[in-house]
Design a protein around this ligand. Sequence first.
Ligand code: IMP
Ligand code: MG
Length: 179
Amino acid sequence: MGYRITPMISEEEVNARIRELGEQISREYKGRSIHLVGILRGAVFFMTELAKRITVPVTFDFMSVSSYGSGMTSSGIVRIIKDLEDPLTDKDVIVVEDIIDSGRTLTFLQELFRTRGAASVRLCTLLDKPARRAPGIDIKVDYTGFVVEDKFVVGWGMDYDQRFRNLPFIGVVSEVEDD
Ligand code: IMP
Ligand code: MG
């Protein structure tokens, strides 16, 4: 079995959109500083590019959670694989995600970070698949790069079975029979 990647969003389009998000965030947080919390591993590419476009002071932390097995569907349970290193107390947090699917991961993290004393918690995602929200999940996403249809995508940090994270564009992955 091989894979076909069909390009969906080009590197240039992603970079242009990240620049816009960075400008919007910089305006809205004028006079404050931002604590970016990136969700490993998928958000790394997006977060570093976004951070470069933010002009107010920025600090970073990372967390690793898992709601997925190795395939294409969510197990529904969110586990903390690696926790934050710094306390969130009184910080203005923006959680940075690669893609929102069922919405379970960000619902869980937003609630967790509020109980840990963050001054504010906003959500920022490169991609959103709103058609895939799980029943009963209702999250407000503050910053969205692109809304996409219900297709499994890779590239810009997003993987299929840990592959394709390094693709500089976003593409749709499908399995193809070998000849
Ligand atoms: P949620 O908790 O169902 O919203 O899951 C979000 C996480 O699922 C993302 O951070 C990704 O790691 C993963 N995910 C969801 N959809 C895709 C996709 O199309 N491609 C790659 N990873 C995905
Ligand atoms: Mg992820």
